[in-house]
Design a binder for this molecule. Structure first.
Ligand code: WTA
Length: 628
């Protein structure tokens, strides 16, 4: 079926995908390699929650990313690695070389006793071994769980314990701009509480001194000596592919489980349609592999399509705020995919950085992770895209596996601040306050998806009940996204943001409950409540209200709370503002009225709506007076 190249074709595909859903996906899937054909396309539904795709089939995503291209694209560059240090020459890895490296890594894992279904945790910087490592897992049917290198020891330990990983792959340290992060020291701390880990494979990056753990093994040495031949293992379509943890509105982070064939098919099809790459184009997704974007659109999507993908170790503002633009010029990047928070951060820097760059190689720009405000969209379009590059504003989630709502670059129309139209096979609906589908086109409501698509996460690892509760209980029979959206007369969607207790800080999902749990560890904190508020660069910032048992100077408290949040979660969850308060607005049933806290944090100090159910209405004035 190939890629969609005209607006008319998009309409045809979309109608086809809804009218003959199974036929449509069968056609897409058949373009990939199967060791054994599937018997059925899709079974199960959003009521029994036992959705399966391509059952009876056997395939391998690493085979489809690598081996499938060796004949025609063996010498084509698969990955361009741009290190943190701009003086270091970019490393080009061809498909043939990547295949060899992945095979070597797979052999190392096998030699260390890793079996199909075993969980392997990665806690690394953006180094090539992270990319080859996850592909190596999928090659032998091991399940990767990548933990972002900015998480704390406690957060890492929690994720390892939850999935009972048997191997941890890490670096001595990682480079991030002018800083280094002592990954191994943090991992050692975590490892004290991780008895399931049998082996720790350590690759050197920063060459700092590290304290050895009895389970340590020198990964670089093993890779050097490993055979570069390793057949891909045929895996059942619904075999687990990877687990990725993300925050929810309650409790600890959830390990979303994606399976092999459906995820692969969806990543493959959405990548080619949304980004519209030609054979010699160069694609750069600036996300870290620790997030879903780095999984689907840095690694799997591009490689499944035989594209050239850039992997960048550094940060946008080091050595200066021109780094992104210098890399685009240096590598002749044609497709650039980044987050609104990065755009806003660079917009706040001297305009000369972007103006001095050439940027003539760019054809397509992308945005992901949070709603992109109009000002940032315009700046991106004008200064980076030089008014000639379409912008794809791609809405999706860790749970969805791939892009759900987005323009197709240059094919369907982009509209500032709108994600626009659903991808083939995706049937979004808006729900009203009574839980019914809104049938008029122009509307606003909670965003749900009405039918299964191949890329949906199949469960929360080890807790299928939580999967049901979180995504399928608010609107039975529908997948509930947790986002609100508006739809215009033409059916274009505009995502308005989370409607649950999840804050989107710089494109990273942070559960308010998680931050509260961390803050409550402080010995003087009696109770806390955390809400999001609008933040110029981060999109949303974290605002914490705390009730104390004894008096502490504010500065001191701030440092202590930051430390405890750092320790429990990591620096990304540090509050931007902390307000000490004698109480919190509570209903008679003891529930915190967060609506009021959000309004105060956002500096909307009037019109609090109905506060008659508050047990302590007088607290509102006191909260306003203490506003930070
Ligand atoms: C938000 C990232 C508006 C949304 C791929 C979603 C967006 C959450 C967009 C998922 C977008 C992501 N426009 N909001 N283009 N993309 N979001 O799991 O609130 O890290 O629910 O996946 O980010 O975040 P996650």
């Amino acid at each position: 079926m190939g890629r969609i190249t005209t607006e008319g074709q998009y309409r045809e595909h979309y109608d086809w995908s809804l009218n003959k859903n199974e036929e449509y996906w069968q056609n897409v899937a058949k373009e990939l390699h199967w060791f054994k054909d599937f018997d059925s396309v899709q079974t199960g539904n959003f009521k029994d929650l036992n959705v399966k795709w391509f059952e009876g089939g056997q395939t391998n995503i690493s085979y489809n990313c690598l081996d499938r291209h060796l004949k025609d694209r063996g010498d084509k560059v698969a990955v361009i690695y741009e290190a943190n240090d701009p003086k270091v020459e970019a490393k080009k890895i061809t498909y043939k070389e990547l295949h060899q490296q992945v095979c070597q890594f797979a052999n190392v894992l096998k030699d260390q006793g890793v079996k199909p279904g075993d969980r392997v945790c990665f806690y690394m910087g953006m180094v090539p071994e992270l990319l080859t490592g996850i592909l190596a897992c999928t090659r032998i049917g091991a399940v990767h769980s990548v933990v972002f290198g900015g998480f704390s020891a406690k957060a890492l330990a929690g994720r390892i314990q939850d999935c009972e990983a048997s191997v941890l792959v890490t670096n001595d340290g990682s480079f991030r701009g002018g800083k280094t992060i002592a990954l191994k020291a943090i991992a050692n701390e975590a490892l004290k509480d991780c008895p399931t880990i049998k082996k720790v494979l350590v690759s050197k990056r920063t060459n700092e001194n590290i304290e050895a753990d009895a389970r340590d093994i020198d990964l670089d040495e093993l890779l050097k000596n490993a055979s570069s031949e390793c057949e891909a293992t045929p895996l059942d379509s619904e075999a687990p592919n990877f687990i990725l943890y993300t925050s929810g509105s309650t409790g600890k982070p959830k390990g979303l489980l994606h399976t092999v064939a459906g995820y692969m098919t969806y990543a493959y099809h959405t990548f080619r349609n949304v980004f519209q790459m030609e054979e010699n184009d160069i694609y750069w997704c600036s996300a870290d592999i620790g997030w879903i974007t780095g999984h689907t659109y840095l690694t799997y999507g591009p490689l499944l399509n035989g594209a050239t993908t850039v992997m960048f170790e550094g940060v946008p503002t080091w050595p200066d705020a021109g780094r992104f633009w210098q890399v685009i010029d240096k590598l002749k990047v044609s497709h650039f995919y980044t987050a609104p928070t990065a755009i806003r951060a660079l917009e706040a820097c001297d305009i000369k950085f972007v103006q001095e760059a050439n940027l003539s190689s760019l054809k397509v720009l992308g945005s992901v992770g949070e709603p992109i405000n109009e000002e940032a969209w315009d700046w991106y379009h004008k200064n980076v895209g030089r008014e000639k590059c379409p912008i794809v504003d791609t809405w999706w989630q860790t749970e969805t596996g791939g892009i759900m709502i987005s323009a197709l670059a240059g094919v369907t129309k982009d509209i500032p601040t709108y994600a626009t139209l659903p991808q083939p096979g995706i049937e979004p609906v808006l729900m009203d306050a009574d839980g019914n589908e809104i049938s008029t086109l122009a509307a606003q409501g909670n965003l749900c998806i009405k039918r299964p698509w191949p890329g949906i996460a199949r469960t929360v690892y080890g807790d299928h009940e939580r999967y049901k509760d979180t995504y399928f209980s608010a609107y039975p029979g529908y997948y509930f996204t947790g986002d609100g959206a508006k739809r215009d007369e033409q059916g274009n969607y505009r995502i308005t943001g989370r409607v649950d207790d999840v804050i989107n800080v710089s494109g990273h999902r942070i559960g308010t409950a998680e931050v509260e749990d961390a803050i409550n560890q402080h010995p003087s904190v009696v109770e806390s409540a955390v809400v999001g508020f609008p933040h110029n660069i981060k999109g949303q910032g974290i605002y914490a209200y705390v009730i104390l048992s004894d008096e502490i100077a504010e500065d001191e408290l701030k440092t202590q709370i930051n430390n405890v949040v750092n320790e429990m979660i990591g620096p990304i969850a540090k509050p931007d503002a902390i307000q000490i308060t004698p109480g919190l607005p509570k209903t008679r049933s003891g529930k915190i009225m967060r609506r009021i806290l959000r309004k105060i944090a956002a500096n909307e100090l009037d019109n609090f709506g109905d506060t008659s159910t508050l047990l302590n209405p007088e607290i509102v004035d006191s909260l306003i007076k203490g506003k930070k």
